[in-house]
Design a protein around this ligand. Structure first.
Ligand code: ADP
Ligand code: ZN
Ligand code: ZN
Length: 712
């Protein structure tokens, strides 16, 4: 709900400004709920009788200062209820009212004054015994619990006199040995020098794959730690590997706290609490880590800032990169956006001078940029999508002891099951989409709603037996490659084979140091450093060349550069073979002749001409229901409500969603576009209450997405 609710403070608790940000347990209807205090005010006599909150749950506010203000900003920007935003920001167990968990890493020790005064404390007294136990080295609280039950009052008495102090344990600083990195090259040195120690500074670090961006982050983080500040590093979902964490730990010499969706609720809450208390000095996490409290913030890094996983696609549709920039500004700390293929939004901001722009144009160390070769596969006989010369080069690389990555952005055996006699093809009966063939043709699966069924033995329409898988997915490639290169390991890596947490690591371990083949989807585009990888084969990207989505070209260019960047990251030179039916496509030509930079230049000109981001600002209202009429009626009424309040807003639709039916729901959308961002927000702000009150709104599921990244 959009509104806040008024309560009296719990009996005997005088409410004050210091309650803002604390959680409370309150009666709500005939239930009890957990809430967060967002304001304290004098009761309004006109409001009538108020119920009293039952209990204040926190000693100190959980959502205080900068984080609370930034979340408030986010609620305004996404036009979402503040309650939902706060609930999104809090780990589950805190949202449900569990106490803020304690990590037992506080340490008490004697001060210099305490050391001198030790003898003057009454022999045998509780403070004296505690002081003797503590000494200058000190003890952790959990150790004191065992050693001297009831030690806390003695500790307070020592602290009052300045004889003892309590400190957050800098666990890692004292425990872990530190490794030094390679000496930086001049470009890296210049980049590190350009990152200021404090104050808000948005910085694009544009560095080709393998140019040593991570080394630059590590140096900036080390400097941040040396200043006694916290560093937050956001990484894409597929980038948060044990390899990455180990590298950070070894190099920084402190505990590195990982935060990602794979953690249990209590683990997330522990890390969140450690951030709030300032115990966590380095936090590396995926999208939702952008919500951790950073009372001593010093630096924010967003690795692979162009990555799509930073955008949340349901609930509060926030963009972690954009929210990180908002927080960096509020916290007055530098924000580094790193990428080999920056998003066009970020590039535009760098070019117009809003962000500083640092470049790493060369690969670090010995590695050289890979060479790229385009294979025209028109009219060619293909085996599971591979041309004969592609198979030949794979064989050559394997013989030379190299590893090969075969990339195809489609999992399953084949995208379509077709009857060669009558033209029937297997469709999901809940979605308007073909079902993907899995398990070498035995099983069908809908990649949109998850529905599975066995493949029919004969055509359901004509009874014929000529059912044929059409096209190529990773399973089919794996089958062919395992047959053709039986002497080396062939490993398939896609969402079907990496369900388990450690699956990727185990795959890479199997591959080892010898020749072998990896077949996979974009999961392979980033994450693991494979020094023996000398050849990358890209099997067809043609679907992406003709998509209606205005961002399709950008996504494809990024994917190609990222996948190609996996080749030749160490001393061995790398090659990229790109198979296509459209060797003359402008996107490929520009990318191959001028690189990502040339592509981005051309694309920005087109975006400007067409009035798309970053030159315009978009919002999408999506709606779905079982009956199409309900969806249409709601979006038409919504369009009227918006048109009534804003003249300079462009409204497109209602139009069918790119997938007009999914899991049995009819889906349509309304796209809003404005040249001035404030206009867009003003219109939404004014019109949303009317839209929510529409009778048509009760018959559909609908959502608002500000800055949509996918137009579906
Ligand atoms: P990026 O993050 O830009 O992809 P990394 O920081 O992971 O690049 O560096 C790629 C590889 O190059 C790593 O193996 C890293 O250890 C190495 N490397 C980075 N900087 C240097 C340097 N100055 N000298 C030698 N090797 C380096
Ligand atoms: Zn048939
Ligand atoms: Zn389906």
């Amino acid at each position: 709900m959009r509104q806040a609710f008024d309560y009296l403070p719990p009996a005997g608790h005088p409410a004050g400004a210091e309650d803002v940000g604390r959680r409370v347990r309150v009666p709500f209807g005939n239930r009890e709920l957990v809430g967060v205090v967002v304001a304290v005010a004098e009761p309004d006599p006109a409001a009538g009788e108020l119920r009293a909150a039952l209990q204040i749950l926190d000693e100190a506010p959980l959502l205080a200062g900068e984080l609370r203000h930034s979340l408030q900003w986010l609620a305004g920007y996404t036009h979402a209820p503040l309650g939902e935003v706060l609930a999104t920001a809090l780990p589950g167990s805190l949202r449900h009212g569990q106490p803020l968990p304690v990590r037992e890493t506080w340490r008490w020790r004697l001060t210099e004054a305490g050391m001198t005064a030790l003898d003057r404390l009454r022999a045998g007294s509780s403070p004296r015994r505690l002081a003797e136990a503590l000494g200058r080295e000190g003890l952790a609280e959990w150790q004191l619990d065992d050693l001297q039950p009831g030690w806390r009052s003695a500790a307070r008495s020592l602290a009052r006199r300045g004889f003892a102090e309590r400190q957050a344990e800098q666990v890692a600083a004292t425990v872990l040995p530190m490794q030094s990195g390679p000496p930086l090259n001049p470009e890296q040195t210049a980049a590190v020098a350009a990152i200021p120690g404090h104050g808000f500074a948005p910085i694009l670090l544009e560095g080709v794959t393998g140019s040593g961006k991570t080394e630059v982050y590590l140096q900036a983080i080390a400097a941040c730690l040396a200043r006694g500040r916290q560093a937050l590093v956001l990484v894409p979902e597929i980038g948060l590997t044990p390899q990455t964490l180990a590298r950070f730990r070894a190099r920084l010499g402190v505990e590195v706290h990982a935060l990602h969706s794979g953690l249990a609720d209590n683990e997330r809450a522990l890390t969140w609490a450690a951030c709030l208390r300032g115990q966590a000095r380095v936090i590396v996490g995926t999208r939702s880590a952008v919500f951790v409290p950073l009372p001593e913030a010093g630096l924010i890094v967003i690795d692979e800032e162009h990555d799509g996983s930073y955008k949340q696609l349901d609930g509060i549709r926030y963009h972690a990169r954009d929210f990180a920039l908002v927080r960096g500004k509020a916290l007055q700390v530098p924000v580094i956006l790193g990428s080999a293929t920056p998003s066009l939004e970020t590039l535009h901001n760098a070019r117009t001078g809003r962000y500083a722009h640092l470049r790493l144009a060369e690969r670090a160390g010995e590695a050289k940029a890979p060479s790229v070769r385009v294979v025209d596969v028109r009219k060619r006989a293909l085996a599971a999508g591979l041309a004969p010369e592609t198979l030949a080069v794979i064989a050559t690389q394997l013989q030379a002891g190299g590893q090969v990555l075969v990339f195809k952005n489609r999992r399953g055996y084949a995208p379509v099951l077709l009857c060669h006699d009558c033209g029937w093809s297997a469709h999901c009966n809940r979605c308007d989409a073909p079902m993907t063939v899995h398990a070498a043709g035995r099983r069908l699966q809908c990649h949109h709603c998850g529905h599975r069924r066995p493949a029919p033995p004969a055509c359901p329409d004509c009874g014929g037996l000529a059912l044929q898988p059409q096209g190529v997915g990773t399973e089919r490639l794996e089958e062919l490659l395992a047959d053709s290169f039986a002497q080396v390991p062939v490993l398939r890596i896609d969402r079907s084979t990496t369900q388990r947490k450690d699956a990727l690591e185990r795959h890479f371990a199997t591959l080892g140091e010898g020749p072998g083949i990896l077949v996979g989807t974009q999961i392979l585009a980033k994450g693991h450093d494979l020094p023996l990888l000398t050849l990358v084969v890209v099997v067809g990207v043609d679907e992406g060349l003709f998509s209606a989505d205005f961002r399709a070209g950008e996504k494809l260019a990024q994917l190609l550069i990222q996948v190609a960047g996996r080749a030749g990251r160490a001393a061995r030179p790398g090659q990229v073979w790109l198979q296509t039916h459209h060797p003359g496509h402008p996107l490929l030509e520009t990318l191959l002749s001028g690189g990502y930079r040339a592509f981005a230049d051309a694309e920005l000109i087109q975006r400007q001409a067409a009035g798309f981001p970053p030159f315009a600002h978009l919002a999408m209202i999506r709606a779905e229901a079982r009956q199409l009429e309900h969806v249409q009626a709601f979006l038409r009424a919504t369009r009227v409500a918006l048109a009534n309040v804003a003249q300079d807003l462009e409204l497109h639709g209602p139009m069918p969603a790119p997938m007009p039916r999914r899991a049995g729901f009819q889906r349509m959308q309304l796209l809003l576009s404005a040249i001035q961002r404030p206009r867009l927000h003003a219109a939404l702000q004014t019109a949303l209450p009317a839209i929510e009150a529409l009778p048509e709104a009760r018959r559909v599921r609908w959502s608002l997405d500000v800055d949509p990244i996918d137009l579906y």
